[in-house]
Design a protein around this ligand. Structure first.
Ligand code: SF4
Ligand code: SF4
Length: 342
């Protein structure tokens, strides 16, 4: 795939892109990052490590320079993070002087403000009403945490804030599981709302907000990691099905359940460390058609595997599908080279 292909032939580009496992992996990562902002740093790290391993191998084998581009991208990310960090640190220092905590409520103008904080199970959104430099109303707009934590910790803290009319550090973070994180998220939401009522409250630069939101997100928590594990399993199943759906003749490889009956029937049984033909079926399922082609020379075409496989797979079946897939790839490559030279 080349950078100019989307302009010359967008359909061919899309088809080829979807056939490439790396591109599909990137699409899955973008979907996961969009759904879970707190997973962005982990996903970025996973993508970086995976690309570094694959492209370093390509560099050693073929001299492909993709790993150098990756190095340049990592360098840009580090520089971007350093710039954002300097901005965030400076703004945080300025914010101390304009904090809405304690007597800082005197700086908050009358009005109703909305703020958000990260709780135990996700973002908590609150609406705070201020009148005559006193907090006179707090409404929780969005609250994904446990009812028990809400009833026992948040409600108590809310009453205290309303009684004092200002924000003060709670003495106790509660005894319930997740209560500390929930209360912290709730307090951060209140602080965020109140800070909106302070004129000239120091703000992070546009670049810092965009950079940190796009690449770092918030700190990953247990919920994020659990969700990512579930998503990973879903993507894996989808990926196996998709791979064989978009490649003609390889659909049956997805049904192989590794019973090895075919290996027992095959006179070859093993070649280059791969069990024949079960290994060929598994390689086809993974989309490694070149390897299937390399190993195809060991199959003598006796057809014994076809007679034994309970789902009708066979060495010759997957080998011919791999040949077709490789031929298709070669045709597309030739077409692409022709387009680029014309
Ligand atoms: S057709 Fe090929 S893979 Fe199947 S049993 Fe014969 S030699 Fe083995
Ligand atoms: S006999 Fe069929 S299902 Fe069993 S391992 Fe071989 S290809 Fe898979």
């Amino acid at each position: 795939m080349t950078w100019s292909m989307p302009l010359h032939d967008p359909l061919l580009f899309l088809r080829e892109a979807l056939r490439t496992r790396g591109v599909r992996l990137s699409i899955y990562l973008i979907i996961a990052a969009a759904i879970f902002p707190s997973s962005r740093f982990i996903l970025l790290l996973c993508l970086g490590v995976a690309l570094a391993v694959v492209w370093t191998r390509d560099y050693l084998r073929t001299g492909s320079r993709k790993v150098l581009y990756l190095g340049a991208a990592v360098l840009l990310l580090i520089v971007g993070y350093a710039v954002a960090w300097v901005n965030v640190t400076g703004v945080d220092e300025l914010r101390v002087a304009k904090s809405p905590w304690g007597s800082g409520i005197d700086l908050v103008a009358d009005g109703t403000y909305i703020g958000q904080g990260e709780g135990f199970r996700g973002p908590i959104t609150v609406q705070v009403e201020v009148k005559d430099h006193r907090i006179i109303g707090i409404q929780t707009l969005d609250y994904p945490d446990l009812i028990s934590v809400k009833d026992n910790e948040i409600a108590k803290f809310r009453e205290e804030v309303l009684a004092k009319g200002r924000l003060e550090t709670p003495p106790d973070r509660g005894m319930y599981r997740g209560a500390g994180l929930t209360l912290t998220g709730y307090i951060n939401a209140l602080e965020s709302a109140l800070s909106k009522g302070i004129p000239d409250y120091p703000r992070y630069s546009f670049f810092s907000r965009m950079f940190l939101s796009a690449f770092i997100g918030t700190a990953p928590d247990r919920v994020t990691l659990n969700s990512l594990a579930i998503l990973f399993a879903v993507f894996l199943v989808f990926e196996y099905a998709l791979q064989s759906m978009i490649t003609v003749g390889t659909g049956r490889s997805i049904s192989c359940y590794n019973c090895a009956t075919c290996v027992g029937a095959c006179p070859i049984k093993e070649a280059e460390g791969v069990q024949i033909p079960m290994g060929l079926v598994l390689l086809t399922r993974l989309g490694n058609y070149e390897r299937v082609m390399e190993l195809s020379k060991y199959c003598v075409g006796c057809g014994r595997c076809a007679a034994k496989c309970p789902i009708g797979n066979s060495g010759p079946l997957v080998i011919s599908a791999a040949f077709l897939a490789c031929r298709e790839l070669m045709k597309e490559k030739a077409l692409r080279e022709q387009t680029e030279t014309s």
